[in-house]
Design a protein around this ligand. Structure first.
Ligand code: PMP
Length: 386
């Protein structure tokens, strides 16, 4: 039906920035030494890795020595939870606390740990997806080793008050981790200001390459490796450096820092243009998440009496790429657990669509979506059996 393709699934992954592709291509063929080797080939590769480490440290407002490169945020999250497990096994405490709306790389890790005898409590969220601070405080105790709360949710975009939650965790002597994967490049993420102990992030969510990420670990926080077998990253993470991708991630971090304010404002304006356009042209919609504390490019909307998957497929016929709930849940027709945790009923959680705007979207694309969406919803509601 359409020959133009519109990508509005930037929370699933982003297009790599052309500047990053170019810079990576320039070194891809020539820098092939092992970054751990002491000879000249190794030193050149190592300088790219260290250049990236500095750029990431600048972005996160921390010291380069607090940065560990990983294969992505899933690995970074798993590493933090394995540190907490080791602390519990060493009898430094007996519990982990996280929330009901974390990414599957945490929710599934929690299930695994519970099956292995580790106690994990899940703090609930309110209808906007914000952690209920009083409930979290009720769960706290001196036996908690780790509190893990994501910065911004991948589905609803809701942002948590990480500074306040860190204060609470530290009051009880617990370590604090935040999965900032969706927040990087959209809002300021400061290890120093927030005083967190661990931060996870991933290159492909902010216009860098896929398969490379970062775990920030405060210099005072404990660290036990999750991947063993080599002295890379000062023994913190074994495996030959993915030099060129790490270099690309570093450049993406530099671009993210330089353009942060501008990017934030532009994404928020486009998101609001889309929200207002949909609300004005489609009757009976429910905008999910918190509208005050929200990642600037994320808009999650439920369309009662229309199935999310049907909307996604119809939009795809018009060349528009969006997602229902989390892309990681593709293939399952289960309603979004994030929306259920926010108290939405099953029907609304089933009829949700996540639009996630990014650096390369335009107002014209937003207007095109506002034009084609209303008749799609009208048609689906006409044939709905509900
Ligand atoms: N955490 C969040 C909040 C995410 O959105 C994602 C990606 N969907 C991840 C972690 C996992 O990141 P990666 O793909 O780098 O493993």
């Amino acid at each position: 039906m359409s020959n133009k393709l519109i990508y509005m699934d930037n929370n699933a992954t982003t297009r790599i920035a052309p500047e990053v592709v170019k810079a990576m291509a320039e070194v891809e063929g020539s820098v092939y030494g092992n970054a751990s080797s002491m000879h000249a080939f190794g030193r050149v590769a190592n300088s790219l890795v260290e250049d990236a480490r500095k750029n990431v440290a600048d972005l996160l407002d921390c010291s380069p020595s607090e940065i560990t490169f990983t294969s992505g945020a899933s690995e970074a999250n798993n590493t933090v939870f394995s540190i907490a497990r080791a602390l519990i096994e060493k009898k430094k405490g007996s519990r982990i606390i996280t929330t009901t709306i974390e990414h599957p790389s945490i929710i599934e890790t929690v299930k695994y740990l519970k099956n292995h005898g580790i106690t994990v409590d899940l703090a609930p969220v309110d209808t906007e997806g914000r952690v209920k601070m009083d409930e979290l405080e009720k769960l706290m105790g001196s036996d908690v080793v780790l509190v893990s709360v994501m910065t911004g949710n991948n589905e609803t975009g809701t942002i948590q008050d990480i500074e306040k939650i860190t204060e609470l965790a530290h009051k009880y002597g617990a370590l604090m981790h935040t999965d900032a994967t969706q927040a990087i490049g959209k809002i300021e993420v400061s290890a120093k200001k927030w005083a967190v102990d661990y931060i996870s992030m991933s290159g492909h969510k902010f216009y860098g390459p896929k398969g490379v990420g970062v775990l920030f670990t405060r210099s005072t926080a404990p660290f036990m490796p999750y991947i063993h077998g080599g002295e890379q990253e000062h023994g913190r993470r074994a495996g030959t450096y993915n030099t060129v991708s790490i270099y690309g991630l570093g450049l993406a971090a530099k671009l993210a820092k330089e353009g942060l304010k501008e990017e934030h404002d532009r994404l928020w304006e486009m998101r609001e243009r889309l929200r207002k356009g949909i609300v004005a042209n489609v009757p009976d919609v429910v905008v999910n998440g918190c509208q005050e504390h929200c990642l600037p490019g994320t808009l999650d909307i439920s369309f009662p009496c229309a199935e999310g998957e049907s909307i996604l497929l119809m939009l795809d016929m018009y060349g528009i790429a969006v997602s229902t709930g989390s892309a990681c849940a593709t293939g399952s027709l289960e309603p979004s657990y994030v929306l259920l945790a926010c108290g939405l009923d099953v029907e609304l959680a089933h009829g949700s669509i996540r639009f996630s705007l990014g650096r390369y979207n335009t107002d014209e694309e937003v207007d095109y979506v506002i034009e084609v969406l209303p008749p799609i919803i009208k048609r689906l509601r006409e044939i709905s059996t509900r």
